[in-house]
Design a protein around this ligand. Structure first.
Ligand code: ADP
Length: 174
């Protein structure tokens, strides 16, 4: 099975790349972003600063890649989810986060990738809608590539775990 859901702290996963729900400054923050920088150490922030110096941050829906520092993961892909205000464009931007992160993973020869539930924390995206977008977008990407062997949805809370599980059941029964 190429798609998996686990209830886990994403910083503990030994995959090629974990995805960070970053903010556009790339300077760290709370939630999963803070956990990744804390566990990965200063090398990640150092590379983020270089990216900011080069391109001035990261836009919503886009993604950039750094080392994994001290993490078990080799790389961190930082993507910026939309802040939820209920506008249709926000769904598209959330889907872009998943697609652009996977494109970067392929470009960097990552075979295994783990995602958190982007935008469902401080950015307040409704968890059910976010789960539909996450699974649909990743499944569509994987149908068009053989480069990625496994995508893990690392859920931190029970609700997201069950919502992603429900969406995966739909995809797997196609
Ligand atoms: P955003 O600003 O994109 O909403 P948050 O970090 O606030 O980002 O939340 C995104 C999701 O990440 C939330 O569902 C939150 O429960 C989850 N999360 C927080 N810490 C971790 C962690 N260590 N590993 C995996 N997921 C986490």
């Amino acid at each position: 099975m190429k798609l998996e859901v686990v209830k886990a702290d994403i910083t503990k996963l030994a995959v090629d790349a974990i995805v960070n729900a970053a903010n556009s400054s790339l300077m760290g923050g709370g939630g999963v972003d803070g956990a990744i920088h804390r566990a990965g150490g200063p090398a990640i922030l150092e590379e983020c600063k270089q990216i900011v110096a080069r391109q001035g941050g990261c836009k919503t829906g886009e993604a950039v890649i750094t080392t994994g520092g001290n993490l078990p993961a080799k790389f961190v892909i930082h993507t910026v989810g939309p802040v939820w205000n209920g506008k249709p464009k926000e769904s598209e931007l959330l889907a872009n986060c998943y697609t652009h992160s996977l494109q970067l993973a392929v470009e960097n020869k990552c075979k295994t990738v783990a995602f958190p539930n982007i935008s469902t924390g401080v950015y307040r995206f409704p968890k059910d809608e976010a789960a539909v977008i996450a699974v649909k977008t990743v499944a569509a990407f994987l149908r068009n590539t053989n480069e990625i062997e496994k995508v893990i949805f690392a859920c931190f809370d029970e609700e997201n775990f069950h919502l992603i599980q429900r969406e995966l059941d739909k995809v797997n029964s196609w």
